[in-house]
Design a protein around this ligand. Structure first.
Ligand code: AQP
Length: 332
């Protein structure tokens, strides 16, 4: 059995980056509920300035969208992080395993702490420590694989390091996980700033395609995407030509193609953008339609989450209890 776990933060509306980089690969894993766990990691959303009502709304919406995208309770366990206490129970033990230095090296901490400071908000201590909570999310389930986008590389590496260190110090307790990344679109870039990740909270408005954007909005954003200066034509070169390469990555992700080969079929940006827009609209259409149906029945979504939390708790409990014993704490 290859147990997989991954999560999504309700810090904003889910984007095309979340979908192509993570969610649709979660949907493609044809597993049993106890083999595949997916989580709305709501505690992570509290690490930056937040509005309680918005976090609640976005948490529900994220869960509904994950179901709309095709996650099914018959094939996976879908739940909300804060409904399973084992995550925070384990996080403390892992804080006693991690060092201050390794957390301060996290790129996302540096970037988001700088943003918080610039906007006059204090930097929450949890912004520094949440990668440890993410390690707990993963390790509590004896996870072998963590399907994520490229931006999570450093965080999954930390989870590995903590598992290895804990096991060496106290005896074998945790499975050592590894991250898996999609072959294309592992890092979808902002359409207006193609050297920055398309992000749900920090991105430029017109450069971010949201999963629930109407087709005309998707088209407008793609047609206005920044292409690179100069007249180098359509070539795939993510370093020198990030704008056009991002569009080719999107087309490749939607058509199961190869971005460099696709480039050969275009002589101008206009035709490429039209094809990208068409492909994105078609990929997102069924998700939007199913979301509208599911959103009309919130009780059904809540039931899935409640049952998911029950299953998740039963899986995590023995692992976390074992960690409490091996680290030297008395059994209650
Ligand atoms: N642009 C992206 N390209 C590819 N994969 C991406 N992911 C996120 N953005 C891209 C992947 O989606 C999964 C869930 O992401 P998350 O909720 O942990 O984080 P986020 O969407 O990056 O949101 P944040 O951290 O709140 O910040 P911003 O504001 O920057 O968006 C992950 O597997 C992630 O890799």
């Amino acid at each position: 059995m290859t147990r997989i776990f991954s999560g999504i933060k309700p810090t904003g509306h889910l984007t095309l980056g979340n979908y192509l980089g993570a969610v649709r690969h979660w949907v493609a894993t044809d597993q049993r509920p106890d083999e595949a766990l997916f989580c709305v990691v709501d505690l992570h959303a509290l690490t930056i300035e937040h509005d309680p009502a918005r976090v609640r709304r976005l948490s529900r919406q994220a869960a509904t969208l994950l179901l709309a995208a095709g996650l099914s309770p018959e094939k996976c366990t879908l739940f909300v992080q804060s409904h399973v206490d084992e995550h925070t129970r384990l996080a403390y033990l892992l804080e006693c395993t991690a060092t201050d230095g390794e957390l301060r090296r996290m790129i996302q901490y540096k970037e988001k702490a700088a943003q918080a400071q610039a906007s006059g908000d204090g930097v929450r201590l949890s912004l520094l420590t949440y990668p440890v909570l993410m390690a707990a999310d993963i390790l509590a389930y004896e996870t072998k694989e963590v399907p994520v986008g490229d931006d999570q590389r450093q965080h999954v590496e930390l989870a590995r390091d903590l598992a290895v260190r804990f096991n060496q110090r106290y005896g074998h307790t945790f499975t050592v996980p590894k991250a898996t990344y999609p072959a294309v679109a592992a890092r979808v870039m902002d359409l207006q700033e193609p050297t920055s990740k398309m992000g749900k909270s920090g991105g430029t408005g017109p450069g971010v395609v949201f999963m629930l954007d109407e087709p005309e909005v998707v088209r407008k954003k793609v047609m206005r995407a920044v292409t690179d200066s100069g007249d180098g034509g359509v070539v795939y070169d993510p370093v020198e030509r990030p704008g056009v390469s991002n569009l080719l990555d999107l087309l490749a992700a939607c058509t199961d193609g190869d971005p460099a080969l696709l480039a050969e079929g275009y002589s101008g940006y206009g035709a490429l953008k039209r094809d990208v827009a068409d492909a994105l609209v078609e990929v997102l259409r069924p998700v939007r339609e199913r979301h509208a149906e599911l959103a009309a029945d919130p009780a059904a979504v809540e039931k899935v989450l409640r049952e998911g939390a029950g299953r998740a708790r039963a899986l995590a409990r023995p692992v976390v209890d074992r960690a409490y014993r091996t680290i030297g704490l008395l059994e209650p």
